[in-house]
Design a protein around this ligand. Sequence first.
Ligand code: NAP
Length: 275
Amino acid sequence: MPSIAFYRLGLLGYPLGHSRSPELHRGFLDACGLQGEYRLYEIPPDQPQRLQALLEALRRGEIHGLNVTIPHKQRVLPLLDALTPAAAAIRAVNTLWAENGTLWGDNTDAPGFLHDLRAQFGAWADQPRRALVLGAGGAARAVVYALHAAGWDVAVAARRGAQAQTLCRDLDAACTPVPWEARAALTPPPDLIVNATPLGMTPHDAASPWPEGAPFPAGARVYDLVYNPPETRLIAQARGAGLEAANGWGMLVAQAALAFRRWTGCEPQGHLPRG
Ligand code: NAP
């Protein structure tokens, strides 16, 4: 890893007003004793020239690393030269860097999710079981990829059934699309329920992907990718039913730390997964 006097890092997306990434990466730079900046590159989807110019700056080494978020996670794929196996399978990237003029893309959401699942639920998470993933967008693809790689059976429920079917087909995973309306009545019941929809995110705090009043499977764990508010409606429902539940803050930190390690070689959080 070449030594860099001042790291130029940043986030590509649109809009970026509420991103927590700058504070996380500022903390990582400090923890690793590195000089640098983490800027927001707010580029709307209808400005492909600006997107291209930013990626060329990355290729030339004027920028050392970029995170990618909505709406560019898939949009940038044709502009990259190489993908890690996870990014290629998920077909979405959240971490970019250049090596000898080659533009690389990785997806650290998948290992970030698995890392935090273990951090939240301990040894329970090491035993592959049956999971239900709610939603079939970019984050759901990373979660299904991660769970499948860890040996889990996964059912995916999305309000547009075709989106769940495409996800399972693309990922070639042990993955079963199930109707959105049937999500609370699956047999056999899931051991883990993962919310990968934005339902419950501020300012729509009262919304939940789990039907009000529907019982949860006994002993199930709930993981909500939403972390704002910290206790989402889904988490409150689950805890009210006596279940263990966690929000997605730890996943956000883990995916950021994995990207940071990729760019700088420094691990700001302990015990991150390899690969
Ligand atoms: P996305 O690509 O837009 O996918 C969202 C999914 O949720 C789609 O399947 C979408 O269906 C579905 N959905 C949206 N509104 C819905 C509603 N009212 N009822 C039922 N389904 C609905 O978004 P994403 O990137 O996957 O992100 C999903 C959530 O995860 C967001 O809240 C995001 O902030 C969070 N996230 C957290 C982390 C973390 O590190 N904790 C990382 C990534 C994402 P349609 O396509 O039909 O709208």
